[in-house]
Design a protein around this ligand. Sequence first.
Ligand code: PLP
Length: 470
Amino acid sequence: MRYISTRGAAPALGFEDVLLTGLARDGGLYVPETWPQFTADDIRALRGLPYSEVAVRVMLPFLGGAISESDFRALVRDAYATFDHDAVTPLVQLDQRTWVLELFHGPTLAFKDVALQLLGRLFDHVLERRGERVTIVGATSGDTGSAAIEACRDRHNVDIFILHPKGRTSEVQRRQMTSVLSSNVHNIALEGSFDDCQDLVKAMFNDTAFRDKLNLSAVNSINWARIMAQIVYYFASAAALGAPDREIDFVVPTGNFGNVYAAYGARAMGLPTAKLIVGSNTNDILARFFASGTMAAQGVTPTLSPSMDIQISSNFERLLFDLLGRDGAAVEACMRTFRAEGRFAVTDAQLAQALAIFAGHRVDEDATMATITDTWRRHGGYTVDPHTAVGVASAAAAGTAPGRPVVVLATAHPAKFPDAVEKATGRRPALPPRLGDLYEREERLSVLPNDLAQVQGFVTQRARAAQGVA
Ligand SMILES: *Cc1c(COP(=O)(O)O)cnc(C)c1O
């Protein structure tokens, strides 16, 4: 199994290198050269299997032999043992034809755990074999840092440094990060804004000597292995609902297009999906693209669903690659236009090709709140978070075929967004037992000034990669 860059000018790589590299050297994203194929019988055989076994079967072809099946099975089992539910990603039925796929039973209560719990273990396994260590640095506004920290905690060959803007995250968000006391986890509360945090991280990556010395790496949403891990739950849920003998609609609340691109991957592997419905909040660059064929950036507006507050959807480039006939030079030209002018357009034929698979919907703030209330009233007190509500509202707006199952992806636990949920339902959702004592836990963090040299000094002192290879 080889992976090629969407911009056509970086070398093709095997799984291990794609895992550790993230972004391709030509600025593109890696995709499989060809998609592994699952026959109808292969899909039927997934019914009733434990999640981890579905995961092994779906992902093994992507490894191309880089990791043995038994090693991989052990990693997968270990990753999903951190989930609070035996089914890992359980389906909850809302009405005759609508199911919610709960992806939030991992350590940080959001769907990113599904991919990141495995990613951290894959990194460690591959690094161990190579006798290498990496230093992960990242910035967070509060929302996604904890998933990266939980993924890397206690990993032997990984040190992680996460910068958050001091005093500007919610208390739950801060505590989810700072109460991880593992010696390889370093929380930096920066005296500055989220933009300052991001600028410092960028500057560290741009400092070649520093980057090489520390073997800097990232676990961001363009990493191929994250997409791979997300393909699994489309197969698992569809098989449980009767695939391949029934087509399924999936509704995905989306920001960076990573999650819904994984659905596209499942479809390319032979899973019979009907429509892939993309739900956006008021930051609706994707909904506007599907309506017009033009991708046009606008400013970002803060919403109730902050993990979808994006200006551009970086993973869309993977779909664009296919829409442009897998012509890397054409993708490069599109992205150049996008950088220069803030927009690019596809042809009517290319848009039609996308609309044969996807539909886009925009859900505004009022509709998001109304959907939380309405879901709670009509479905026996079932509570959805604001991201999931965008999905539920998009499912209703999409008007899918009668009798066909619709699966809405629930990307965050309602207790992660208690204020919005309380306002909509009159009840404050409780944290699940695993986080019940969050407010009593000890915290560890370092406050640093907004100064590149000081932050780099801090990282260099603590990162084991800087102290020579183990
Ligand atoms: C990251 C995230 C999303 C968006 O996922 P993409 O892969 O970027 O589309 C949606 N909901 C929640 C809760 C998230 O954390």
